[in-house]
Design a protein around this ligand. Structure first.
Ligand code: NDP
Ligand code: 2IT
Length: 445
């Protein structure tokens, strides 16, 4: 790391004790930024990094709710409004028992750069709760969402902060959250949340956008080496929103996706994952992957273990942070890997990323490769603002253009800063410079 940035890093780490995922995300960005500060001394003079690492506002609140038996539960809610230099705070809500401030801050910090890379007018934020939705009925989910929004509503708005989904938050939860926002405010403010249902202000392609976008980004990386998805053997982690649509898109481009996972284990299906069956089990039945293997001839389920033990030429981590470590990366490389695109946020550890770079693997970091989701959220905001709704084809075309644009900007920025082919450097510098310029232009805020 550039020595001018080490002191700033140390201060950030000391001011945010115990937030290890946030530390990891900050260090990863700082490691790319040395050359930027050679060209832009004004960023150091303006203390841009110190300001960028301190969220503009952090909200932590109590979320009391009752289960179907009438028992009272108390969870913790978070919204970290990180940076509004480029637009209203924008980023998802995650409901998962592992959620604490360090996870919300790592996600919010990465979101700033990701959102800048999309070229859309959106700042960075993130939120969520340590609520565990697993096994809860629709009625319990609704009561939780209503209680969560009963505090959150006063902090958000179409010009202020626009939440969306993430792990554990999909169309059902956005519906309950939107309903409660409308009820409290007496406003049909479509642009306050994205990921809405199609009949009440949502955008076509938003559910597919993150997974599709990740595959489009990977396809662009493959093209730089004269390759494509056609004929690739793909391993995907996760089996939620991002994973399902990544699998569908990769297979539509001629790849065979031979494995996917959930937190209990993984399935191997050499014939290629049956996306409709997977989608039905996961989205309609809200079931487990063991069900997939039970119903699909030829597929096997492995309990525990690591999906990265399955060999493939392309890996798409689409589950959660730090799910792919240095050992898993080394194994994938020795098994013939050529490319990785991160559908999840920070799924590869720093050791894994080093292994990929040293082996010359094409590596697309999440803040570039999974930006299609939030970019399509921005397209949803655009449709809401003009009270319009676009066709699937038009929206998918916009998503494709945005992903190709992000790929090309990352590649060009990496070249410009002397790190050709390094999409981590390209994404970090590309996102940072845009935000830093806007922050300086807007004065000391
Ligand atoms: P979902 O809740 O739809 O799916 C999450 C998947 O990841 C499930 O298969 C889940 O398994 C698995 N998973 C979650 N936590 C863990 C864990 N701790 N260990 C092992 N497996 C885990 O979420 P999404 O698909 O929306 O999100 C997946 C990733 O993509 C996240 O990193 C998210 O931040 C990122 N992302 C999402 C976007 C979106 O638009 N939704 C946009 C950009 C990034 P199980 O069901 O067993 O828990
Ligand atoms: O990590 C992400 O980019 C998301 N969860 C999507 C955020 C959004 O506002 O659509």
């Amino acid at each position: 790391m550039d020595s001018r940035l080490e002191g700033i890093r140390d201060t950030v780490l000391a001011r945010n004790p115990g937030e290890k995922e946030f530390h990891q995300a900050v260090i990863e960005v700082f490691e790319s930024l040395g050359p930027v500060h050679d060209r832009h001394p004004e960023f150091l003079e303006g203390a841009v990094l110190e300001r960028l690492c301190e969220p503009e506002r952090q909200i932590i609140f109590r979320v009391p709710w009752t289960d179907d038996a009438g028992r009272v539960h108390v969870n913790r809610g978070f919204r970290v409004e990180f940076n509004s230099a480029l637009g209203p705070y924008k980023g998802g809500l995650r409901f998962h028992p592992s959620v604490y401030l360090g996870i919300v801050k790592f996600l919010g910090f990465e979101q700033i750069f990701k959102n800048a890379l999309t070229g859309m007018p959106i700042g960075g934020g993130k939120g969520g709760s340590d609520f565990d939705p697993r096994g809860r009925t629709d009625a319990e989910i609704m009561r939780f969402c209503q209680s969560f929004m009963t505090e959150l509503y006063r902090h958000i708005g179409e010009y202020t902060d626009v939440p969306a989904g993430d792990i554990g938050v999909g169309g059902r939860e956005i519906g309950y959250l939107f309903g409660q926002y409308k009820r409290i405010t007496n406003r049909y403010e479509s642009g306050v949340l994205t990921g809405k249902g199609i009949s009440w202000g949502g955008s076509l392609v938003r559910p597919e956008a993150t997974g599709y976008g990740t595959v489009i980004f990977a396809q662009e990386m493959l093209k730089t080496r004269g390759q494509s998805f056609d004929g690739q053997r793909v391993v995907v982690s996760g089996s939620g929103n991002v994973a399902i649509h990544a699998i569908a898109k990769a297979q539509s481009l001629g790849a065979t996706v031979v494995a996917c996972s959930d937190s209990a284990g993984y399935v191997v299906d050499e014939a290629g994952i049956d996306v409709e069956l997977l989608r039905h089990i996961k989205e309609v039945e809200r079931g487990r992957l063991t069900e997939y293997a039970a119903r699909r001839g030829g597929a096997t389920h492995v309990t525990g273990g690591s999906v990265w033990d399955v060999n493939g030429t392309v890996a798409l981590p689409c589950a959660t942070q730090n799910e792919l470590d240095g050992d898993a990366a080394a194994k994938l490389v020795s098994n013939g890997l050529i490319a990785v695109a991160e559908g999840a946020n920070m799924p590869s550890t720093r050791e894994a990323v080093s292994v990929f770079h040293e082996a010359g693997i094409l590596f697309g970091p999440g803040k570039a490769a999974n930006a299609g989701g939030v970019a399509t959220s921005a397209l949803e905001m655009q449709q809401n603002a003009s009270r319009d709704s676009w066709t699937f084809e038009h929206t998918e075309q916009r998503l494709t253009e945005i992903m190709v644009g992000i790929h090309d900007r990352c590649a060009a920025t990496a070249d410009e800063y002397g790190a050709p082919g390094n999409y981590v450097v390209g994404a970090n510098i590309g996102g940072f410079v845009k935000v830093a310029d806007a922050m300086l232009a807007q004065g000391l805020i």
